[in-house]
Write a protein that binds this ligand. Structure first.
Ligand code: ZN
Length: 379
């Protein structure tokens, strides 16, 4: 057996830890850039304590936005970048910290659609403070950026991009509205199931995934129906962190393979797309494994997922799919058509998804027809 598990990120987890941020940031620099989501209020105390520059990210980050952020860092001579927000703010900050020291144009470093130029200079110190429980981007080594001219999303990726500190304070998620709790929480679940069944799964990742899936099974419904449920919020924040560690070390699969081209062209959040796709991606993989590779270890892993989700020892892989499907209904997850995706769009989406980097870790290659069936069912 051979596996790798890498992280260079110091993880700080717990209720109230956000209060330590100003002191923590001073270890890394004297003039921070604080990257936030559309609402900047909650970062106001941090910004004033540090006399920081601010940079707000509305919507999911693009190449253009990162270019602008890197220019801000250079003009204001910032020496540390802190992201305080959801996955968009964290990916934007991570990319800005990287492009600011590596020079040039963000597109040059982008996988798939860019030149994939290697990142060689260490980024500025980067601290990630998630305010949603979903992406796990606080412990991953990539930043997903949209390139509107190519109509896809692709990653800047390097081990050097791992954040220096991930500060996860579940209290920051107490105010999330139910729809965001649902979409980000189902992204977290996807990011625990896909690495667990991935072609690159390993025992350390397995342990993280099993614990994380169990937490989400118990907590996501509760956090959705009662956002002030502290135990549920804590479990979701932890499971999100675990999902980030899992995907960074074992890759993803078909659901994320589709999220890249869909999110690049339509204005749906990453979490909402993963949520709409998850039960259908699981169903396609389980059906393909049963017909083409019934001895494949991923099939037993889907059964293990089903046991964790349902709490029933005799649950089959299909029971797990049904459970996720019912959860999506209960959490009012919109189908893909709600985002304006038409049937005529689907063949083009399938073509791009087949080339996405996440698709490479899917437990087995899916055919074009199988991929089309996934997005057709999710629409
Ligand atoms: Zn995701």
């Amino acid at each position: 057996m051979h596996f790798e598990f890498a992280t260079a990120t110091r993880v700080i987890f717990g209720e109230g830890t956000a209060a330590t941020l100003p002191d923590l940031a001073r270890h890394f620099g004297t003039h921070p850039l604080v990257v936030t989501g559309a609402s900047t209020e909650r970062a106001a105390a941090l910004v004033s304590a540090l006399s920081a520059e601010t940079f707000a990210v509305t919507g999911e980050p693009t190449v253009e936005l990162v270019r602008e952020g890197a220019r801000r860092v250079q003009n204001a001579a910032c020496d540390v970048v802190i992201s305080f927000g959801g996955g968009s703010a964290i990916d934007a900050g991570k990319a800005i910290a990287t492009v600011a020291t590596n020079g040039g144009e963000p597109l040059e470093f982008l996988e798939v659609v860019g030149k994939g130029r290697a990142i060689v200079a260490p980024p500025l110190p980067f601290i990630a403070v998630p305010t949603t429980a979903g992406t796990g981007s606080e412990v991953t080594r990539n930043a997903v950026l949209g390139s509107p001219e190519h109509g896809v999303k692709a990653s800047l990726r390097s081990p050097l991009m791992l954040p220096r500190v991930a500060l996860v304070d579940p209290e920051l998620t107490y105010g999330l509205p139910p729809a965001v709790t649902a979409s980000t929480g189902l992204d977290a679940l996807t990011q625990l199931i896909e690495p667990y069944v991935s072609a690159r799964a390993n025992p350390l990742v397995d342990a993280i995934c099993v614990d994380g899936i169990r937490r989400i099974a118990g907590a996501l419904r509760r956090a959705y129906h009662d956002g002030s449920d502290r135990d549920a919020r804590r479990d979701m924040a932890m499971a999100s962190l675990f999902g980030g560690l899992a995907l960074a070390n074992a890759g993803l699969g078909v659901v994320h393979g589709f999220a890249a081209p869909l999110g690049g062209r339509w204005k749906a959040s990453h979490g909402a797309l993963c949520a709409a796709l998850l039960p259908h991606g699981m169903a396609a993989n389980v059906a393909a494994l049963r017909t083409r590779s019934p001895q494949h270890p991923a099939l037993e892993r889907y059964s293990a997922v089903a046991r964790l989700l349902t709490g029933r020892n005799e649950a089959s892989a299909e029971d797990g799919i049904d459970w996720v499907h019912a959860l999506c209904v209960e959490l009012n997850v919109p189908a893909l058509r709600a985002w304006g995706i038409t049937e005529a769009d689907l063949p083009g989406v399938v073509e791009k998804a087949a080339r996405a980097s996440s698709m490479q870790a899917n437990p087995l290659p899916l055919t074009g027809e199988e991929l089309l069936a996934v997005v057709t069912a999710a629409r």
